[in-house]
Design a protein around this ligand. Structure first.
Ligand SMILES: Nc1ncnc2c1ncn2[C@@H]1O[C@H](COP(=O)(O)OP(=O)(O)OP(=O)(O)O)[C@@H](O)[C@H]1O
Ligand SMILES: [Mg+2]
Length: 449
């Protein structure tokens, strides 16, 4: 396009201004003008953007300043329900700080392109080297702007992806019926009646449940099923991931993620559930006091539709007395047990064998009592794999028993090894502490979906 071509598209006008007034300062450095979501100039998003949020290359968002451009006029949208400025048009210089004093300024321009429906477009001028950080930033802006409306997905805080869709149903989780009803009853009554009671008593409507149990008993599975249930009831579901961020930013199990999850919940117009897996990992000495205050509710803004925190742990003993024993910090603790009765073990085996179940398999059920669900699932999955490999039409009892025996022996060898470690320094094998009689090997998926 030549100098003289008349430009009518807002995109072209903004891009031209960027090229003539902004990009020359970058000299030979390769830059791109990229189309971005208007969330990147939304004041509510930018003012909430957490300074601790790590972007690729170790950058952090440090604030923004609106500048004069002449090609786009500054117009602010005002959200009546929150009484805050949301979308803004105009030109903005976003600042990002990196390691060793590095500083990058990104020009973002946003304009209306139609008088009806407030349609807007936005562009950013980004040095190529900064693109990975920019995409992290833009992705988070998008999420902050749109994730408060419950969709059919769980919002992930601090994980490698932004959201997931839970597929497990509550019926799939096999637990003693009274326990399951107790947990569901607690959750239902909190949202149906409890929130109002908290409000009447001038308490923050914030309830906290802990699911404790040895590995493989279905805590993660139950969280996923509760997430699906909550989404179906139009709630916002937030999953706090303990995954470490890439690019060397270690926000693994850090308090800032919990704080961020609570802030996200507090901005929602909907009741929210926060899932906090492996809570014990967050209780490092330097952040414990902060967590205590959050659990008290004293340092958090709580959504007035109610926020329910569901935490899980394998190591309740690692959660100190100030949390476990002081009423109000954790409201209820549910122990998620290994299978306790032939009835539960049988139901679990039947569920995982599906159409391959046969009444003669009942004879194994008694021996499965005392093991966690993950063990029973593995017994079933291994047996079914053998059926497929041998191209059988039915599952013979002998094959199922062999699968059970094999997994049981594997665990015994493993437990024996862990109790008498004679590890080679070259193996790089870090033994996880186990606290259950039947702790299972790594059978549990890490993804809650
Ligand atoms: N109660 C259960 N009902 C049905 N399936 C179960 C149950 N418990 C475990 N399983 C099966 O075992 C898998 C692993 O269980 P899960 O990851 O939920 O255990 P967990 O209690 O979260 O373990 P960890 O404490 O190690 O995180 C589940 O995905 C499911 O297939
Ligand atoms: Mg788990």
């Amino acid at each position: 396009m030549t100098e003289t071509t008349p430009k009518s598209l807002k995109m072209d006008l903004m891009a031209e201004w960027m090229q003539t007034h902004w990009l020359p300062q970058f000299g030979d450095q390769a830059c791109r003008i990229v189309a971005v979501d208007v969330a990147c100039t939304n004041d509510s998003v930018l003012s909430l953007f957490p300074a601790t949020f790590g972007l690729a290359g170790g950058y952090h968002f440090a604030g923004t300043e609106r500048i004069e451009s002449g090609v786009v006029l500054p117009v602010d949208d005002y959200a009546l329900h929150t009484r805050k400025i949301t979308d803004q048009t105009g030109a903005f210089v976003h600042e990002f700080n990196g390691a060793a004093g590095a500083r990058v300024q990104i020009l973002v321009m946003c304009a209306h392109y139609s008088d009806s429906g407030y349609h807007r477009v936005a562009l950013a001028a980004v040095p190529e080297a900064f693109l990975p950080a920019w995409y992290d930033f833009a992705g988070e802006c998008y999420r902050l702007a749109y994730s408060y409306e419950p969709e059919d997905r769980v919002v992930i805080i601090g994980g490698h992806s932004n959201s997931f869709q839970p597929t497990v149903s509550l019926e799939d989780v096999v637990l003693p019926p009274a326990l399951k009803e107790d947990i569901l009853g607690d959750i239902r009554s909190f949202f149906q009646r409890g929130v109002e009671v908290y409000r009447r008593l001038k308490l923050k409507p914030f309830r906290k449940l802990l699911l404790a149990g040895v590995p493989g008993t279905g805590k993660t599975m139950l969280c996923a099923a509760l997430a699906k249930w909550a989404l179906e009831h139009k709630m916002l579901v937030i999953y706090v991931s303990s995954a470490r961020k890439r690019q060397g930013e270690d926000h693994g199990s850090s308090f800032s993620k919990i704080e961020y999850a609570l802030a996200t919940a507090s901005r929602s117009k909907y009741p929210s559930i926060i899932l906090l897996e492996e809570m014990d990992a967050y209780l490092h000495d330097d952040e414990k006091a902060l967590i205590l205050n959050v659990l008290d509710g004293s340092e958090s803004v709580i959504n007035d539709r109610g926020t329910l925190l569901i935490a899980t742990t394998n190591y309740p003993e690692a959660i100190d007395e100030r949390i476990m024993k002081r009423p109000g910090r954790l409201d209820r603790i549910f122990i998620i047990p290994e299978t306790k009765s032939p009835e539960t073990a049988g139901r679990m085996l039947r569920q995982y064998l599906g159409t391959m179940w046969h009444d003669e398999h009942e004879t194994l059920v008694e021996r499965l009592v005392g093991y966690p669900g993950a063990f029973i699932r593995e017994v079933a999955v291994y047996a079914l794999t053998q059926v497929a490999c041998q191209e059988l039409n039915v599952l013979p009892l002998a094959l199922l028993e062999e699968s059970y025996q094999r997994l049981k022996e594997q665990l015994e060898v493993r437990d024996d090894f862990l109790s008498h470690p004679h590890r080679s320094p070259h193996m790089g094998f870090a033994a996880a502490p186990t606290n259950g009689q039947h702790a299972v090997p790594a059978l549990a998926p890490s993804d809650p979906a």
